[in-house]
Design a protein around this ligand. Structure first.
Ligand code: OOB
Length: 537
């Protein structure tokens, strides 16, 4: 039985839509761009022609080792050319990669493997000091479905990735309306859900993103974030850049030094960052004048709320480069445009990338809200999924009867018809019956002259149900007491019930696997700090 219900044929008339497999797209690119460099990492470069040939020989190898068309394969590789080769080779072999992030560990992998029963697991031997082999061996022992564990490195469990190649053979027919990859949902709670993205919808996603960014053969895209994530993979990322004939540079880490060095050396024209990374890059650039970012035309920022104060700072220090991106692995993408006024770019996340995207912002009863009012952002369209893989309960909760994806995000329409995000609905704090949105309090805190970044969370509390805890990152670690924060917020005219009950300072943020501030960890930290103080009394 076909698992995916969506009728993709209704999108065939759209400009940019193509009923072709991603494996076929790579063949087309190789014909068009031949010996131009497609991808470069720390160690090597690969041309379009070489990548295309490598995808074939590795696909033959995967088939030879018993991976069957339709099999799922967990891929957990960092930003290296081996990731790119493996991705295209599996897709050509008709297998479907499940893209785990390097930061995922046993809990996430076990959850994914239990659900998807992959035939193989492809993993780096080591990355950023972590040795993946003990985990890989354990997973292999515990899960019979895993026919092979393939290691990118020197030591093997079953096979070495470098040795995967085979004799030429017939490659399977691939249906462009079947999944090409499974992305993992970005939620910070529980095991990630599997998001099936089909060949045709995912290429359309890449192409429409590349169009908004005006990518061309001269474009140089830096994958600063882990490339297994939708943002650097396809928005426009790796796939959108290759489709335009550009060059993709893979940054081995998300460190600001690596990112700024690569922008300088490789004359990068576009990259994508999450807000927390922008701050550290800007700081480093202030200290070290050797970096030259003059080649950078577009700085995409998305993945989490970009505070107005930080957006203004980007506009000031790196003028005419900011592009805000609201994105989801489930589909919907909204980008600002390079033609937008800079004041507009600093205050919104733009418009959907496809004319066929249907976007609604609704109140709790499902009615659309007026301009300026907040509600939940819903979307349906050519590249937005209509269900997670084998997740009945999540599908009941995350989709409306008529097939709209409920993002769980608060948003409003601006008068120019752009969306402006206002935080996750689930983050809403219920403090003694009063409802508080962290994003609102964070925005006020970030306007304080000594506060660089702020994150507000609700912490379970005996008396209040939930108390408000504000975590602050301050300029030169300036100390700000709870009463000083209250005095400041009072001057700003914010209601008393929204005042934090607890204030904590941080020097570094706990981050999720893709570099967003991890609020789940902040809640634990808030609890820990309070207990520490009470025990010390
Ligand atoms: C991207 O994708 P995911 O799946 O890791 O996370 C999606 C969630 C959204 O539902 C929203 O809560 C948040 O991340 N988000 C933003 C945002 N962009 C994403 N919240 C506020 N402002 C924004 N600009 O994070 C992602 C996928 C593709 C492109 C860019 C980001």
């Amino acid at each position: 039985m076909k698992q995916y219900q969506k009728d993709y044929s209704t999108y065939e008339a759209l400009e940019g839509w193509e009923k072709a497999s991603i494996g076929q797209q790579l063949r087309n690119w190789a014909k068009r761009y031949q010996d131009q460099v497609a991808v470069a990492d720390e160690k090597e470069k690969i041309t379009y022609r070489e990548l295309n040939e490598k995808a074939d020989s590795m696909a033959f190898g995967f088939l030879e080792m018993g991976i069957q068309p339709g099999d799922k394969v967990v891929v957990q590789l960092p930003n290296r050319i081996s990731f790119v080769k493996t991705l295209f080779a599996l897709i050509r072999a008709g297998a479907v990669p499940i893209l785990a992030l390097p930061a995922h560990r046993e809990a996430e992998l076990e959850g994914i493997i239990k659900l998807a029963k992959p035939a193989a697991y492809i993993v780096a031997e080591k990355y950023l000091g972590y040795d993946y082999l003990p985990m890989a061996r354990k997973l292999k022992k515990n899960f019979d479905c895993l026919k092979a564990v393939i290691v990118d490195g020197e030591q093997k469990v079953d096979f070495l990735l470098d040795h995967v190649m085979g004799e030429s053979r017939q490659l399977p027919e691939v249906d462009p309306y079947e999944p090409a990859v499974f992305l993992l949902s970005g939620g910070t709670t529980g095991i990630p859900k599997l998001i099936p993205r089909t060949h045709a919808d995912y290429m359309y996603n890449a192409r429409m993103s590349a169009k908004r960014c005006q990518l061309k053969e001269e474009s140089v895209y830096l994958a600063s974030l882990p490339v297994a994530h939708n943002f650097p993979l396809c928005c426009p990322g790796l796939l959108g850049t290759l489709d335009a004939g550009g060059k993709v540079i893979l940054s081995a880490t998300t460190s600001p030094d690596d990112i700024l060095s690569l922008i300088s050396e490789e004359k990068v024209t576009i990259t994508a960052l999450v807000p927390a990374m922008v701050t550290v890059c800007m700081e480093l650039l202030q200290w070290d004048e050797d970096y030259d970012i003059s080649s950078l035309k577009i700085l995409q920022v998305g993945g989490a709320v970009l505070e107005d104060s930080l957006a203004d700072k980007i506009n000031e220090e790196w003028p005419d480069r900011l592009m805000q991106v609201f994105g989801t692995a489930e589909g919907l993408l909204c980008f600002t445009s390079m033609e937008d006024e800079k004041e507009v770019v600093a205050r919104c996340q733009g418009k959907p990338i496809s004319p066929a995207d249907e976007v609604k912002i609704v109140d709790e009863y499902g009615f659309e809200v007026a301009v300026g009012e907040y509600g939940e952002l819903l979307s349906r369209g050519p590249y937005t999924i209509d269900g997670y893989y084998m997740a009945d309960e999540a599908n009941q909760n995350s989709f409306t009867e008529d097939g709209f994806y409920k993002t769980g995000d608060r948003a409003t329409w601006t008068k120019e018809g752009n969306i402006r995000m206002g935080g996750r609905l689930k983050e809403q704090i219920n403090r003694a019956g009063e409802k508080i949105m962290p994003a609102e309090v964070e925005a006020f805190l970030c306007k304080h002259e000594h506060i660089k970044e702020a994150a507000v969370v609700g912490v379970p509390d005996k008396e209040l149900g939930n108390r408000i805890c504000a975590f602050l990152m301050t300029e030169e670690d300036a100390e700000l007491s709870l009463s000083e924060v209250h005095r400041y917020l009072k001057r700003e005219g914010i209601a008393t019930y929204k005042m934090p009950d607890q204030v904590e300072q941080v020097e570094v943020w706990p981050l999720t696997s893709v570099g967003k501030i991890d609020k789940k960890v902040l809640v634990q930290m808030a609890q820990g700090k309070k207990d520490e103080r009470e025990n010390a009394q």
